[in-house]
Write a protein that binds this ligand. Structure first.
Ligand SMILES: Cc1ncc(COP(=O)(O)O)c(C=O)c1O
Length: 367
């Protein structure tokens, strides 16, 4: 028996978050050897986690009968060194940056409040906001996926609490300019959340601006450059006044002991981080030059491919049959039906991907 009358009404209109496909799912669905599948659909690190982080995880495994440090102090000290921001502007979050987004929405959003989301972008922002009774106001990005501050600001109302800006943006890969961010920060009454999930691969970051503006929050993650997506570890850089309020609603102990220790180890493993970043920077140039369709410039660990006149679903399906998982963007709001997001893989994976794309183009566009 179900009791839907007990569920908040807002929940029924929320479209489910669509995650990238897993290796197990594809192996079972297409009768493929899981060991041969290339997963380039979820922007993970193809080099895996830092060996130092794995070592820390093993070391901490026997201690998980104890609760972790509630304020993740040791991790925050390491993050303070990494970001240059004081401890009073730093919060660790689990599960991942998604946990931070969730906590902020619980802190800020009441029924009827609004959040501004420039589309296409990361799909999750809308979900916690709407689950709290908020309304998402979507502002389409330009043809090159940049944002126009005037258009964002024009969408603001008395009820706007949050503006979400993703830099580099998922799925388009472009970064926001500092001038545009300042223009938005200086002309809004709302809080601005800048999602820097992919910032390690980019040419700029906005961490220092947190000390300058009392309405800027930055979200970061260990899921991408640090290769710890399965651990679900993120962090936020935010003004001190907001951190104090945030801690009232954050779930206690939301970063597990292994995650805290692995995070510290990953931050200390510069060698692995640099290797991961260099792999991406080289690989994305290769993909941009060699893929046989239009590819947008990218500052992230993925590239956006426009397969028009083909449909993204057709190409994604054909790639799956060849054992390559990529992400069709048709589930992203305002992304149309010809865009595919491809994670930059190892040199070998990228070569296989390029060959597969070429074969599919020849097969479907023979005429
Ligand atoms: C732009 C962006 N922000 C946030 C996240 C979620 O990060 P986490 O794994 O830390 O929850 C993702 C995950 O893919 C992302 O693409």
């Amino acid at each position: 028996m179900s009791r839907p009358e007990l569920i908040k009404k807002e929940i029924f209109s929320i479209a489910e978050y669509v995650p990238g496909k897993s290796i197990e799912e594809i192996a079972a669905g297409y009768g493929l050897d899981p060991g041969k599948i290339i997963k380039l659909g979820s922007n993970e690190n193809p080099l895996g986690p830092s060996p130092a982080a794995v070592e820390a995880l093993c070391r901490e495994a026997s201690k998980v009968n104890l609760y972790p440090s509630a304020d993740a102090r040791e991790l925050r000290i390491a993050l303070s060194k990494y970001t240059g921001l004081p401890l009073s502007n730093l919060v660790a979050s689990g599960p991942g940056m998604d946990g931070l987004l969730d906590g902020l929405c619980r802190l800020l959003i009441e029924k009827g409040d609004e959040v501004i989301i420039p589309t296409p972008t990361f799909a999750y922002y809308e979900l916690p906001a709407r689950a709290c009774g908020g309304k998402a106001v979507f502002v389409p990005r330009e043809a090159d996926y940049s944002v126009v501050p005037e258009k964002i600001l024009a969408a603001e109302s008395k009820r706007t609490k949050l503006i979400f800006l993703c830099s580099p943006n998922n799925p388009s890969g472009n970064s926001l300019s500092e001038g545009k961010l300042r223009q938005i920060l200086e002309n809004t009454k709302a809080l601005v959340f800048v999602d820097e999930a992919y910032v390690e691969f980019a040419s700029r970051n906005f961490a220092a601006l947190v000390l300058e503006y009392d309405n800027l929050i930055i979200g970061r993650t260990f899921s991408k450059a640090f290769g710890l997506a399965g651990l679900r570890l993120g962090y936020g850089l935010l003004p001190e006044w907001l951190l104090r309020e945030y801690l009232r609603v954050a779930t206690p102990f939301n970063v597990s002991l292994p995650a805290q220790k692995a995070g510290i180890a990953a931050l200390s493993d510069q060698k692995h981080l640099i290797k991961s970043i260099e792999l991406v920077q080289k690989g994305r140039v290769n993909l941009i030059n060699a893929l046989p369709f239009k590819v947008y410039p990218s500052e992230a660990n993925f590239v956006l491919v426009d397969v028009a006149p083909l449909k993204s679903k057709t190409v994604v399906e054909a790639l799956l049959k060849k054992g390559i998982i990529v992400r069709s963007c048709d589930s992203f709001r305002a992304a149309g039906d010809t865009l595919i997001r491809v994670t930059v893989g190892t040199a070998e994976q990228n070569e296989k991907l390029i060959e597969a794309f070429k074969a599919i183009k020849t097969e479907f566009l023979r005429s």
